[in-house]
Design a binder for this molecule. Structure first.
Ligand SMILES: [Zn+2]
Length: 228
């Protein structure tokens, strides 16, 4: 069951949100996070592109990705951890859309087709939605770009949290296949969207599958990037 009611309290620290006091909150994110936690998010600078590029250098053929962007650092015990947790376990698709809008506003990206990293259908059914699709929707609302479901997950990959980098790469190998919509991405600039980048193995595996459809370029944008 999705929680479609707006929380009265901050999803991170449980202090009252602005929207519980004012019905006219301008900032959609202020419905979910208190002013202090919002400021913490704004205070942390976005992960720099060279950091993300270095991660991909370890696991993907050089030149796989054109632009690589991350919205926020994923820090343990931080508001961002609560946000990602809420996507996954608290049924908050609208929170993901709200962050997608923010990402769409923040990054000066070239015009692209958006491809959300898919979940396996059983996991998507359990959760009721795919948070990467919700982020993509938010980006679409801001930029007007088309979302193309060009990928599907071929198997339910086990949780990666306990795995080393080589194990993650092995775990993700062949985890994605093209759908019939993949024909639409030939010679197009595409933007692969996901919620969290840890080692980049999921994005690298998704990109490997997409390359067979001959896009002009593949860029990535994740809401959060794990700091190591
Ligand atoms: Zn808070």
């Amino acid at each position: 069951m999705l929680n479609l009611f707006l929380p009265e309290r901050c999803i991170h620290c449980e202090h009252p949100t602005e929207s519980s006091r004012s019905k006219n909150a301008k900032h959609r994110l202020s419905r979910y996070l208190c002013p202090v936690c919002l400021r913490i998010l704004e205070f942390h600078e976005a992960p720099p592109e060279p950091f993300i590029r270095d991660q991909f250098e370890l696991i993907a053929p050089s030149g796989t990705f054109s632009e690589v962007y991350g919205g926020h650092w994923f820090v343990q015990e931080s508001p961002m951890q609560s946000i990602i947790h809420s996507f996954k376990y608290a049924g908050m698709p609208r929170l993901a859309v709200a962050f997608g809008r923010q990402l769409g506003e923040e990054f000066a990206l070239e015009s692209k087709l958006i491809i959300p990293v898919p979940l396996h259908r059983t996991r998507r059914a359990e959760r009721g939605y795919n948070q990467a699709e919700m982020l993509a929707k938010g980006i679409q609302e801001r930029r007007g770009w088309q979302i193309v479901p060009a990928l599907r997950r071929t198997r339910a990959t086990p949780s990666q949290t306990q795995l080393s980098v080589p194990e993650r790469i092995e775990n993700m190998r062949g985890a994605f296949a093209l759908t019939r919509h993949a024909a639409d991405i030939q010679d197009k600039h595409i933007l692969l969207v996901d919620d969290v980048m840890t080692t980049g193995s999921t994005l690298a595996s998704a990109a490997e599958a997409l390359l067979a459809a001959r896009p002009k370029s593949i860029s990535t944008l994740t809401l959060a990037v794990v700091q190591k």
